[in-house]
Design a protein around this ligand. Sequence first.
Ligand SMILES: [Fe+2]
Length: 363
Amino acid sequence: MFRSPALSVIVAFLAASFFGASAARGEPPKTLFDAFSEIVYDMEIKDVPAPPDWYDPAAKPIFRFAQITDIHMHDALPPYLIEALKFIDSEVHPAFVAITGDNAGNSAVERQQFLKNLLDKNLKAPCYIIRGDNWARNFSKVFGSTRYAFECGGIRFVFTGLDHDDEGHGIGYFAEDTWAWMKKEFQPETDMPVILLMHENVWPPDFSDAGKMDRILEASPCVAATLTGHLHPDVEFKFGRVKHICAPKFGQTGRYPFKVYEVHERHIAARSIEWQDGRFRIVEKYQKIDLPFPIKSAGETKVEGYRELPPRETSFDLRAEDYMPTIMVQMSVFAQRTGMLEKYLEVMSAAKRKPPKKTENPK
Ligand SMILES: [Fe+2]
């Protein structure tokens, strides 16, 4: 995957120079995230005037599920989150709701518990939540495991989170027991589409195990898609067989976007819900996940066969500056594949010149 020797050398040199300088000043190289965002925001999916040919508004889905990501809880957010949960229960009737990281806005146990109470009180549909890179501390004490799987309506859903990270960076990797478990879950014994939900992204490859994950997913014929967050814009990518949908940040000022997935026999349609004119409404965005084979679902579609690895807190045992050069090389390949290399190098150079941003203490 990430093979482009000449380019790698150039970017590694840029990375070493950039992070060498940051490390010498003892400052976290936060501007890298800004650089990723600036590149990827240019690729946001847009509203379209009419549904694409493949989307049949009259076709009833077998079932639906919803995804909210990057809630980034803050004092003014609860009313909008509660409205979104009401909309999901009353209009979407999903089999479950997935919440994919960077949730609580603060790592204190009380804050994690505040979010849990809010979800328990205001959402009737089953809810499955994983941690992200921000406010991961104490997640497991309140929400439990972030490594689990289940089947619903003939599809296997696998949820996971990084085991090692630098707190608040999302650049880390998985432990060996998580890899062993994931590899097994990616290969059902019978033909069954598999969807992976996590916070960080395989494409754009923003954590150090992204290349390894991409190779494993592409080599697992049942895997159809990844559903993620972390970057904040509303984007999707497909460079191989697997579709990667990165959902937008819910806590974004004004739109409070989230995704609803309509599952059909041979494909899944992703739709976007946004806050407009004082209420949530479905907007004219259409994304398609092709399933590797038709799903075999019968009767009621509900979550079945839930299993998990034991809860374990993230180990914050990495230093971002040791890992980010690798990620910058990965990202340069992404930028090259999307025709954004020139802009990527330009943004990186500008980021190097900018003083690091004052960042919020994630604890
Ligand atoms: Fe994140």
